[in-house]
Design a binder for this molecule. Structure first.
Ligand SMILES: *Cc1c(COP(=O)(O)O)cnc(C)c1O
Length: 403
């Protein structure tokens, strides 16, 4: 018996926890920027699995590396060494100018790892009294879904009903350097922040904000941790979004596209002695740094640079953004973004982003609505000018139909 779209949805509804509200499209195949559903319809993917598929769906070179490594050795645990980890360290450190690397699996694990390491750094290097370390975060942040991380979320959906929460976090408004400066105390060990807030709706801070953040953190001996899990690896038209700001973080978190969407791989990159405080037995993960993950990540990084995906992101992002602005729909309040991390914010009276996104799906474009009125647009970084033109026509049709 062949299962159809409604069958898959019925089974999911019956047996799955309802912690997502996906569009009613059941995908079965992907190639570059395109995905196909079980009924054979083709869509241009304008979400890229929240930027995990920057290199495009099923990139043949990453696939080949994965298949080859899967036939040789997949998991050793870190109780033994493997011949892929050192090479990933070397390539990642060279690419990002980092001194130390700690591999994990999911993005949330990289965030948790950084929080643990920076607290330890606070006690052992900065001299913060035991148990008093404080970390400052930004309002409307998104850093993942673990209990530790939702402890400092300001989103009622992310936190509601999940307490009691972990102490030791302070929230300041995103984009306000004075508020950061005022919030820093003797026990502040870190400021954790996204260069552009993706989940909040592609929020770009005021010009000069990060320059001042960098100065303040340096002056007050506060570790600047940039969460580049979504913005990193080419999404904004640079390898790391910090380059737009002309700054260098002390600790950088990457994940998502580090595997090109093949496998969960994340990493903490450190330019200071933060990671140096971790001693054997104090942190780890069974799958973190496994040879399959490392081989996949090495291939994912290689194609990102070899195939000029970062340059393409910058060029196609500017082209896509200009094209969206050109549509001049009176439903649209603002078009914003950097590189291929784009958003169209609708006026509150436009009737919501969800109905536009549903209509776009019927026209062959998969995008994501966020916070009611914003449509996020983030195709794989391999998208061509013709494909952007094709997508722009669909956006024009959907916005015209909705007006
Ligand atoms: C997706 C994301 C995370 C969490 O990554 P997971 O792999 O889902 O745990 C953390 N920070 C940012 C900025 C993200 O976009």
């Amino acid at each position: 018996m062949t299962l159809h779209t409604t069958d898959f949805i019925d089974i999911e509804h019956r047996l799955g926890a309802h912690n997502y509200k996906p569009l009613d499209v059941v995908l079965t195949r992907g190639e570059r920027v395109w995905v196909w559903d079980v009924d054979g319809n083709r869509y241009l993917d304008c979400l890229s699995a929240y930027s995990a598929v920057n290199q495009g769906h099923c990139h043949p070179k990453i696939l080949a590396a994965m298949v080859e490594q899967a036939g040789k050795l997949t998991l050793t645990s870190r109780a033994f060494r493997n011949d892929q980890l050192a090479l990933l360290y070397e390539e990642l450190a060279a690419l990002t100018d980092s001194h130390k690397v700690l591999p994990m699996n999911s993005g949330a694990e990289a965030v948790e790892t950084a929080i643990k390491a920076v607290r330890k750094w606070g006690y052992e290097v900065k001299g913060v009294p035991d148990g008093q370390a404080e970390i400052i975060v930004a309002s409307d942040n998104f850093h993942g879904r673990t209990l530790g991380i939702v402890s400092f979320s300001t989103d009622p959906d992310a936190r509601g009903g999940f307490g009691p929460f972990a102490p030791g976090f302070k929230v300041v408004p995103f984009g306000d350097a004075d508020a950061l400066e005022a919030a820093i105390g003797p026990n502040t060990v870190a400021f954790l922040v996204e260069p552009i807030q993706g989940e909040a709706g592609v929020m770009i801070p005021p010009a000069g904000y990060f320059k001042r953040v960098r100065e303040i953190c340096t002056a007050r001996q506060v570790t600047l941790i940039l969460d580049e899990i979504q913005t990193g690896l080419g999404r904004t038209g640079k390898l790391l979004a910090e380059e737009h700001e002309g700054i260098v973080a002390d600790v950088t978190l990457i994940g998502k596209a580090l595997s090109g969407g093949f496998y969960p791989v994340s990493a903490v990159l450190s330019n200071t002695d933060v990671l140096g405080t971790l001693k054997p037995g104090q942190h780890g993960s069974t799958f973190g740094g496994n040879p399959l993950a490392c081989a996949v990540a090495r291939a994912a990084l290689k194609v990102l640079t070899d195939e000029d995906m970062i340059g393409n992101s910058e060029r196609m992002g500017a082209y896509f953004k200009a094209g969206l602005a050109d549509i001049r729909s009176n439903l649209v309040k603002e078009v914003r973004g950097r590189g291929l991390m784009l958003a169209v914010e609708l006026h509150p009276e436009a009737g919501g982003a969800r109905r536009i996104v549903e209509d776009l799906r019927a026209r062959g474009v998969l995008a994501k609505d966020t916070h009611g009125h914003t449509i996020r647009i983030a195709p794989p970084l391999v998208v061509t000018r013709d494909e952007v033109d094709w997508a722009l026509e669909r956006f024009r049709e959907a916005l015209t139909a909705a007006a």
